[in-house]
Design a binder for this molecule. Sequence first.
Ligand code: CDP
Length: 220
Amino acid sequence: MSSIPVIAIDGPTASGKGTVAQRVAARLGYHYLDSGALYRLAALSALRGGASLADETAVAIQARAMTVRFAGERIFLGEDEVSNAIRAEEVGNSASRIAALPAVRQALYDLQLGFRQAPGLVADGRDMATVIFPDAALKVFLTASVEARAQRRYKQLIEKGFSASMADLLKDLAERDARDTNRAVAPLRPAEGAHLLDTSDMTADQAVDQVLNWYAGRAS
Ligand code: CDP
């Protein structure tokens, strides 16, 4: 088991965990793993490679073969910068579909462990605390109301130049929640011992402070 500390931040779609996790990582000088981006990259890779999203073996092969590179905020798939392309709702939905396939999750397992580097890692996703880093020093389950999450996602999409409709987003979030929560492998749920944080009425910085307080006060 590694002695490099991990802070695992899991939660449903658009709960704000990406923003919070990134800021916690910056404050501590830790590395950051956006595991959802890996599922989005695998989905994009499958879509571009012409694999049917229902073909578990083909999608897993694509996922293993992809070369990904994170450079600050920029994300590359092979030579292509895909930082914005992977944020499209279509890619998010496809990611949530292929994330239900055990072979795909397995294909991304070692890649995720590789992000655990000194002095520490903040990892965000759905199963960081339950499956990938069960020995995390701190486990946080971040939630927010569906309305707050739809509003955050709306703002995020518009800022990135995508068009978006609130009605579609609300429907989409509910579908994504159901799929992530009800799947057989690595379903979205709080890990044992996780701190629950409802951020519906919190700013991102307030959530960051809470996580840092828990981390500073953790039993070691
Ligand atoms: O941005 P959003 O929260 O909607 O999603 P994301 O974190 O970018 O992840 C995209 C999809 O990948 C999610 O809907 C999940 O189905 C899946 N995922 C997962 O299964 N396990 C993870 N550790 C991270 C993401």
